[in-house]
Design a protein around this ligand. Structure first.
Ligand SMILES: Cc1cc2nc3c(=O)[nH]c(=O)nc-3n(C[C@H](O)[C@H](O)[C@H](O)COP(=O)(O)O)c2cc1C
Length: 400
């Protein structure tokens, strides 16, 4: 039987050489909020490793949207080095995408300068105490998304992925848990989705006919009181009607259900060790397993929910979540998804796709220990299963 994964496929104005996309997974390689050589080399390696399109993760559309040190802020100064990155990716035969977002209540004020959210409630996971957004803030962020698409095009990207999930700003507006506004941006679903519609309207207009637009959205927020599938079906229909080229179907909420996105357990001691705010380390060590409650992992864990969106819209859909084997990828594509996104298997091995193609591998060595997430504050991407990335300090703990 012909392999579904290795057929070229259209995505809006693009044709990808195959149906795999490197999922946006924060690299932490942007000191000073600018691109480093490590970031260029990582995406070059993923492109050389056979991916159809690679995604630079979590670029903030404005300074106020920054939540991490070493996070990219998409601005004029970043264009030259981003051009180097996209040039290297294109040379290796892949397309390049950039995830654009704003973190809202997750902002780190020492770099963002301010912190706002739809309703300005205390956020334990920052911890932050954001102020409620004014209409001028809303207009300004919407304009920033528009500008980000222009900057992405100038940087040589073929696509942008709008981050509308995981409890970041757009998702904070959609979710009743974080949106308690009483104006036209809060209350009914129509009102809670208004900010997203304004952002996507500007993004689509700015993208024109040459930049592909993907939107990463939640299937469910992953906790009681958060968004559920009934509303995400409506979100998907709105986005399809607005003409976006593909939806990336994910779930989870950083400030309430962080492990719902990736499943498994967070190695909290490792994370505590690398926290920049040292005063937070004991807090994370002691309460980490309560705040980042483990979630059971199974391969393709979002499939059942994602199929409900498949039934509701006709536009291309990208499946993401727990793909580690060729059989799993072929199964998901066989269920009617146009593309697959992969994060952890490519952190473990950037050449995963080529190895599936040559038959050198049929299953990734990634075992979802989630060490890669725990070291996010360290300014590097690391997989403890790889000899070069290992810290002996953590082996006993992670393997025990
Ligand atoms: C280290 C790490 C960082 C991540 N950072 C982001 C991010 O910046 N933006 C995003 O949308 N998802 C992020 N994710 C989630 C992934 O994109 C993906 O949705 C999730 O890991 C499930 O895919 P996988 O099972 O192939 O890893 C991150 C995941 C990991 C492991």
């Amino acid at each position: 039987m012909a392999e579904l994964l290795f057929t070229p496929f259209r995505l809006g104005p693009l044709t990808l050489r195959n149906r795999s996309i490197r999922s946006a997974a924060f690299e932490g390689m942007c000191p000073g909020q600018l691109v480093s050589e490590d970031l260029v080399n990582y995406h070059k390696a993923v492109a050389e490793g056979g991916i159809g399109m690679t995604t630079v993760a979590y670029a903030a559309v404005s300074q106020s949207g920054l939540s991490f040190d070493h996070q990219l802020w998409l601005r004029k100064e970043a264009i030259p080095s981003l051009r180097t990155l996209t040039g290297a990716v294109h040379k290796a035969g892949a397309a390049a995408s950039i995830q654009i977002g704003h973190c809202g209540q997750m902002a780190k004020t020492s770099i963002s300068g301010k912190c706002f959210s739809p309703s300005g409630r205390f956020n334990l996971y920052g911890p932050t105490w954001p102020r409620a957004m004014k209409k001028t803030d809303i207009r300004s962020v919407v304009a920033d998304f528009r500008q980000a698409v222009t900057l992405a095009r100038e940087s040589g990207f073929d696509a942008v992925e709008v981050h509308a999930g995981h409890g970041y700003l757009i998702s904070q507006f959609i979710s009743e848990y974080t949106n308690k506004r009483r104006d036209e941006y809060g209350g009914s679903f129509e009102n809670r989705s208004r900010f997203m519609k304004e952002v996507i309207g500007e993004v689509m207009d700015s993208a024109g006919s040459d930049v592909a637009v993907l939107v990463k959205m939640n299937l469910r927020d992953g906790f009681s009181g958060g968004m559920e599938l009934e509303e995400s079906v409506e979100v998907a229909k709105i986005l399809a009607n607005m003409g976006v080229h593909a939806l990336v179907l994910s779930g989870g909420f950083v400030s309430k259900a962080p492990m719902y996105v990736m499943r498994g357990r967070m190695p909290v001691k490792v994370m505590a060790y690398y926290m920049h705010e040292k005063w937070m380390s004991p807090f994370v060590k002691w309460f980490g397993n309560i705040l980042m409650k483990p979630e059971p992992y199974t391969e393709a864990y979002f499939l059942e929910d994602a199929l409900k969106i498949r039934k509701a819209v006709k536009i291309p859909l990208v499946y993401v979540g727990g793909l580690v084997s060729k059989a799993g990828i072929e199964m998901v594509l066989g269920e009617g998804f146009e593309f697959v996104q992969i994060a952890r298997a490519l952190i473990h091995d950037p050449a995963f796709i080529n190895k599936l193609k040559t038959g050198e591998l049929s299953v990734s060595g990634c075992n979802h220990a989630n060490y890669c997430i725990a070291v996010m504050y360290s300014g590097k991407m690391a997989c403890y299963q790889n000899e070069k990335d290992r810290s002996e300090r953590w082996l006993k703990y992670l393997e025990g």
